[in-house]
Design a protein around this ligand. Structure first.
Ligand code: ZN
Length: 313
């Protein structure tokens, strides 16, 4: 029985051992798993704490960012105001620059006029009479030889102020087209030539008579280079009787258009009537005198001087 009992226990020992070992193994495994889980839980808790503090920090940063954004907005608004006023300033400066440019423009215009005026001979519009006469040393800057076709004499050369010549040439050419014969009898004369001519006149006509039509000062207009005596055919080469010619009537009606005026018209207070003696004063002044029916020598000198700058226009 005992043997039977003993014999009957043995078959259970090995499975029991196996179960025991398995259980032990499982317990060890379970313990290890628990330990791992505990460790994981602990690190999750740490991570969770860290996450919480990170979140807090992020929330703080978000607040700060919102504040910064607000500040930035007000700064932008301020900058926009500044920009706007800067633009206004620029606009105002531009307006001022525009004004300055206009001023500079009108100053340079005035300087241009002065420069132009400085290049024009101041004597060209001065009155030469019994009281005002041209300096004996005066000579025009540039003289041109008048082409022979325009001169009455075939032997005596004549000269005219270079800048005034195109106006005289135009007068001659227009007269010719109108069927009027006109020639230069005498144009530029130097002071010396004038003196010898005066002496000749004094000898031929007597001093008294010579003075009435050939006073030095009066004839000194020829010394300017802008004055000439006209002549036409049918007078035997003399100027006497010129006032009765078609040529004289044509000059009275048209010479102003080319800038010429009759210095000593009939009834003037300065010298004897000289219908052949014409002086270039510029188209603008000659037109003004013609329209006003005013003699050059009766016009105010200051009024005349205002036309000097445009004398060759
Ligand atoms: Zn003359």
């Amino acid at each position: 029985m005992e043997y039977q009992d003993t014999k009957s226990v043995w078959p259970y020992i090995i499975p029991a051992g196996i179960v025991f070992v398995a259980l032990g193994g499982f317990l060890i495994y379970a313990f290890m798993q628990l330990s791992v889980l505990t460790e994981q839980t602990r690190s999750l808790a740490i991570e969770s704490t860290e996450l919480a503090s990170t979140t807090t920090a992020l929330l703080r940063n978000t607040d700060q960012l919102a504040k910064n954004l607000k500040d930035l907005r007000s700064e932008t608004l301020g900058l926009s105001d500044t920009l706007s006023s800067a633009q206004q300033n620029i606009s105002a400066v531009k307006t001022q620059v525009g004004g300055v440019e206009q001023t500079v423009g009108s100053i340079s215009g005035a300087v241009g006029t002065l420069q132009k005026l400085s290049q024009i001979d101041q004597e060209l519009l001065k009155k030469y009479s019994k009281f005002y006469f041209l300096n004996e040393n005066y000579a025009p800057t540039y003289l041109i030889d008048i082409p022979a076709d325009y001169i009455y004499s075939t032997t005596i050369p004549e000269q005219f102020l270079t800048e005034a010549w195109p106006f005289l040439k135009n007068l001659f050419d227009t007269a010719k087209v109108d069927g009027v014969e006109l020639y230069v009898k005498s144009a530029y004369r130097s002071f010396a030539e004038q003196q010898s001519l005066k002496s000749l006149y004094s000898v031929v006509y007597g001093v008294g008579t010579a003075n009435s039509f050939s006073a030095d000062q009066g004839y000194s207009e020829h010394q300017l280079g802008t004055t000439l005596d006209f002549i036409t055919s049918g007078l035997g080469g003399q100027v006497t009787g010129f006032d009765g010619t078609q040529a004289y009537q044509w000059l009275l009606a048209n010479a102003y258009r080319f800038g010429f005026e009759l210095s000593y018209p009939t009834g003037n207070d300065y010298y004897a009537f000289e219908p052949w003696h014409w002086r270039f004063v510029g188209v603008k002044l000659a037109t003004y005198l013609h329209n006003k029916n005013l003699n050059f020598y009766d016009a105010d000198q200051r009024e005349i001087d205002a036309y000097l700058v445009n004398i060759f226009d």
